[in-house]
Design a protein around this ligand. Sequence first.
Ligand code: SF4
Length: 374
Amino acid sequence: MSIRQIKTIEELEKLTGKKFPKNERESITKILETMPVRLTDYLLELSKSSPAVAAQFLPNINELKEDGLKKPFSGVMKTGIPGLERMYIDRCIIMPSSQCPAYCRFCFRKFYLETVAMPMNYINIDRAIEYIKNDERLKGVLITGGDPLMDLKRLEYIIKNLRKIDHVQDIRIGTRSPMFDPERIDDDLVNMLLKYHDFEKMKPIEIAVHFNHSDEITKQSIAAVTKLTASPIQVYNQTVLLKGINDDPEILMDLFRKLHLLGVEIYCLYHCDPLNGIKHFRTSIQKGIEIKKYFRGGNATGRINPAYIIDTQIGKVEIGVDAHIEKREGDFVWIKTPYKLSTYTSVYKDFKLPAGQCKLDKDGYISIKYLDAK
Ligand code: SF4
């Protein structure tokens, strides 16, 4: 599958068939220079027939706005090893690649994709494995990125070495390849993963896929997903709530029902992060709560009931379950979280909560300030 890195507006127009108006051309050119636009041939074709797909992958002049945070939350808790992040006691994240076959315009890492070198050379991968080996509390590892399927040799090296660690149980791989580069999911990949998957020993490999709209469920993506779901590997879906694309319960229901029928677990609906240049994709939290209610309001089987998750600076919270909105302060909300300071100090001795962003209640639970959207 060819990957196209688009450098000029002329190339973008030729490939997509879209004509940008005069007053947008300068901005689109600037975006192409600073925030890489990358598409697969498969995605190019799909985006011609699906406005929902096009909006996720083609640049928009709103991306130049400074209307959110400069940096993603991810990376706030650093282990000191490039490409290894840890926010929680029992699990951590390895990011072997900073690239994806295509780039989503709402990506919380988009300012870093392509602009940073591969975060993990083999020396850093070995350091990460050693770190994990030395902390028996780490039971799970998520391999993400970028897309870890970009370099299968590197991916297998990581999995193989993680499997040598007794206390590591589940290894999860986060990838959007079944959606934007379905051919990447082939027998070789599945056979490689199955070498390290063992339910009897309670050492599974799991795959987290990412679909946002039912237009993404095509003959090709069905083949990719079912190659995985027909194997013993568990597959779960993560969807990002995106304004104008899927912020409608019926649209999400259509997507989730299809994924459910393909054997994919409907795991979560993520609130879109409050970063610069992606505000046009963000709904209010209230909108997410309403959508969540729809799924629990007799409209869907309990098997189609995604957790509604907000990623905050101190970790993920599930609104209405383990977290709630305490109060509103201008454009911000205060979210009461299930986290205590001790969670972080047990991992990072000198951990300090982000200044001016957190409050502790009398029982030690943390509330965090979060930028909402309209
Ligand atoms: S697949 Fe994930 S990491 Fe890659 S561009 Fe999309 S959101 Fe970002």
